[in-house]
Ligand binder design. Structure first.
Ligand SMILES: [Zn+2]
Length: 411
């Protein structure tokens, strides 16, 4: 019945499959400098000896050079995250090992990837069709309460630091343990923490408020001289998770000139998923703990990948949310904070595979562009979300740094 098939084909809508990318969306994607501000792939580089040049079709990772190319990802901030339990007593060493792992990947693939430390580097990488690799520390515990280590990390190329991870450290309260009475808290940011924020401003290291407790956020906003970023946080009005930002916080970041980079993690972007994940948390955490303790008893040193394996099994029990949940967060932040204050902070390779339907790797980023087009966003606005905004904020932080250093010289 060829005729009937032809008629059927003609009557299909312009975007027959969910997640299909039109020529227009593809064109916008390819004309943008696409920047993602959070991927945990360094855990794989270090623990798994994963090579970013991998072409393995069965690899379930979110980032490879091929996947980045397919999504026209231009720059990635690789997360330097030191798991505080398993690395007790040697946070700095593990920080340095992770930093090294990113440099080693760039050295292996000089034709397709380069280390980047500035706006100019990101733009150069874009012109040379290379993936710009940047470094962001996730968790102030990495500096071991030593401002000199902070400066050393800057010299090694680190360009953002989240003031805390899920653990409260010596100078900043975290959203991850703020209700845990066993943890000693500071009511936000300590005086030392304020000095660290100002030193980051002076150095030109972006102050990242993802993961911090609400009071830490407000203390940081009050003291910072440069625009801040949330490298991977979503909106609490839509998904009620303490890792997400309230509308008041979104407006404060807008006033500060900063940017909120939306996290893709299903439990941060979909309220039903969050509730389901929350309901299984006790059993899941016990299973992870038992697995880790079993490895220790067998004389092995557990890594992130060991807990990730169990986390994935539990994540697979909950249906993935639709991609529209993720787009709702981008849309909400664009409406509340403004189009100049929203971007992408995927948390790729850090969420045990729990991303919305259709988002399986960096290759799927053009689907976000398509979804924004479908909601009426203009090409210029989409390019801001894809990377223009974070590039502007990074440039402003560089400018503030130069000004602060010039003033210091005059004194
Ligand atoms: Zn994180």
């Amino acid at each position: 019945m060829p005729t009937i098939l032809a008629v059927l084909a003609l009557s299909l809508p312009a975007h027959p499959q969910a997640g299909a990318v039109s020529a227009k969306a593809r064109e916008i994607q390819n004309s943008a400098i696409v920047i993602d501000t959070h991927a945990d792939t360094p855990q794989r580089f270090l623990d798994e000896n994963y090579d970013i040049g991998s072409t393995d079709p069965n690899d379930r990772g979110h980032i490879s050079l091929d996947k980045a190319k397919a999504g026209n990802l231009g720059a990635e901030f690789f997360s330097i995250w030191v798991e505080p339990e398993t690395n007790q007593g040697h946070f700095a060493r593990h920080t340095l090992d992770l930093i090294d792992s990113v440099y080693e990947q760039a050295a292996r693939h000089p034709e397709r990837m380069m280390m980047a430390f500035s706006v100019e580097d990101i733009e150069r990488a874009h012109r040379e069709h290379k993936l710009a690799a940047l470094l962001g520390i996730e968790g102030g515990h990495s500096i071991e309460n030593d401002i000199r280590l902070l400066r050393d990390y800057y010299r090694l190329g680190v360009r953002y630091m989240t003031l805390s991870w899920s653990n409260t450290n010596e100078f900043a309260d975290s959203s991850g343990d703020i209700n845990d009475p066993r943890v000693e808290h500071h009511n936000g940011l300590t005086e030392g923490g304020k000095k660290i924020v100002l030193e980051m401003n002076r150095l030109g290291m972006l102050v990242d408020i993802s993961h911090v407790a609400d009071k830490t956020f407000w203390d940081t906003i009050a003291v910072t001289e440069a625009p801040v970023i949330a490298s991977h946080s979503s909106a609490r009005a839509l998904t009620n998770h303490p890792r997400n930002m309230t509308d008041d916080m979104l407006r404060a970041v807008a006033k500060n000139g900063g940017v909120v980079q939306v996290n893709f993690y299903s439990a941060f972007v979909d309220e039903n998923y969050r509730k389901a994940a929350d309901a299984q948390s006790k059993e899941r955490d016990a299973a992870v703990k038992a697995h880790i303790e079993g490895l220790r008893a067998a004389g092995k040193t557990p890594t992130y990948l060991d807990s990730d394996r169990i986390e994935r099994e539990w994540a697979a029990k909950i249906p993935r949310p639709p991609m529209s949940s993720l787009i709702d967060h981008i849309d909400h932040i664009a409406k509340v904070a403004g189009i100049d204050h929203v971007g992408l902070g995927s948390d790729f390779d850090g969420v045990s595979g729990a991303t919305p339907q259709g988002i399986d790797s960096a290759a799927d980023l053009p689907k976000i562009t398509q979804a924004l087009l479908d909601r009426g966003y203009s090409a210029d606005d989409i390019r801001k979300i894809l990377g223009g905004n974070i590039l502007r904020v990074f440039g402003e932080a560089e400018l503030v740094s130069r000004k602060l250093q010039a003033t210091a010289e005059q004194k």
